[in-house]
Write a protein that binds this ligand. Structure first.
Ligand code: TXA
Ligand code: MG
Length: 320
């Protein structure tokens, strides 16, 4: 069964006011949204995604002023970041007010807030009397969706409406930042690069890894998992050692590959932004093709490349 898909803000609003789920476009990935202040509606998100309730949700707001109504306080560094990068791919963790149900934050004291940079979702947020809780609109543990079609393919039967805003401009999830004893910590590398954040507020610590009780379960090692076996390293060396009969190959740039194989280049001209935008669509493509495994290489480890490599390493991780 498929959801109804369209571009009507009115329609999206009607479903959300009734407590139903609507998939919404953002500049990073599509989100699976519900009224963030309604515990029952939020419970529906966990159910549709098959998401464990220890994994908290990001809350989407339309301005810093709206964010302030949900928070105990906004420290100066947080307000600097929000003023500079919102709307944009940055989620800020701050102490929440009780108005945010505990289910949204999985009982944690901080809520992750973000103002997404997509015209349709901006309009929708401005038209609604509440903020939107929205994780990425994919089944838990799978690759995030960057088109309305991706959402419909996997969650169509569980969603009232998909607001179609085209393909996501950035293509990987937001960067998540918070503070511990006054020090800035990045919990998830994402669409806003560490370099750009450090220019604004000085040095940050990256705590992008965790195993047992993750502060941000996006840190779970095997989290962006395509279904095919995934090898990451030097492509020629891997082809030689794994000896697949019919491999999928994911390279950063244009290159020659053996035949038969199914090859995709993240960016033929070696552009990291283009690579980020293509990443999740290409991972999904491999799952649709009749290949033995995927052999992939890392991209240059700077700017958005760090977030891309993070997703590739998780896809390749044998652990859950
Ligand atoms: O770009 C994005 O961030 C997209 C779009 C839809 O906004 N959302 C997204 O949500 O990627 P999700 O749920 O797939 O990933 C959010 C991550 C999770 O790893 C979650 O654990 C972490 O953010 N997170 C959310 N709220 C948190 C909190 N209060 N404390 C710690 N981590 C939190
Ligand atoms: Mg997700």
């Amino acid at each position: 069964m498929s959801a109804s898909i369209g571009q009507s803000i009115e329609e999206a609003k009607r479903h959300l006011l009734e407590g139903h789920l609507v998939a919404v476009p953002t500049e990073t990935v599509y989100g699976l949204a519900a009224n963030a202040l309604d515990g029952k509606a939020v419970a529906g998100i966990f159910e549709a995604k098959n998401r464990p309730q220890f994994d908290p949700l990001i809350v989407h707001v339309s301005s810093l002023e709206n964010a302030a109504e949900l928070l105990e306080e906004i420290p100066p560094a947080a307000s600097t970041l929000a003023k500079k990068f919102w709307p944009g791919p940055l989620t800020i963790l701050l102490p929440k007010r009780p108005v945010i149900p505990d289910l949204v934050t999985a009982g944690l004291g901080r809520v992750g807030l973000r103002n997404p940079d997509h015209p349709l979702t901006q309009q929708l947020l401005q038209a609604l009397p509440f903020p939107l809780a929205a994780p990425s609109a994919n089944p838990f543990g799978y690759v995030s969706p960057t088109t309305a079609q991706h959402v419909n393919d996997q969650l169509g039967s569980k969603i009232s409406y998909i607001l179609d805003g085209g393909s996501c401009r950035i293509g990987i999830e937001s960067t998540i930042i918070g503070w511990e004893n006054g020090d800035a910590v990045i919990y998830r590398l994402g669409g806003l690069s560490t370099e750009v954040i450090e220019e604004a507020i000085g040095p940050v610590r990256i705590q992008n890894h965790s195993s047992s009780r993750p502060e941000a379960p996006g840190q779970l090692l095997r989290h962006y998992a395509p279904k095919k076996k995934f090898f990451l390293g030097d492509i020629d060396t891997l082809l030689h050692s794994v000896k697949p009969k019919n491999p999928g190959i994911l390279s950063f740039q244009k290159r020659t590959v053996p035949s038969p194989s199914f090859h995709q280049a993240l960016s033929e001209r070696g552009d990291l932004q283009e690579a980020a935008k293509n990443l999740f669509t290409m991972l999904r493509e491999f799952d649709r093709h009749n290949i033995d495994c995927v052999i992939a290489e890392e991209v240059p480890n700077r700017g958005l490349g760090r977030a891309i490599n993070d997703r590739l390493r998780r896809a390749a991780s044998p652990e859950y």
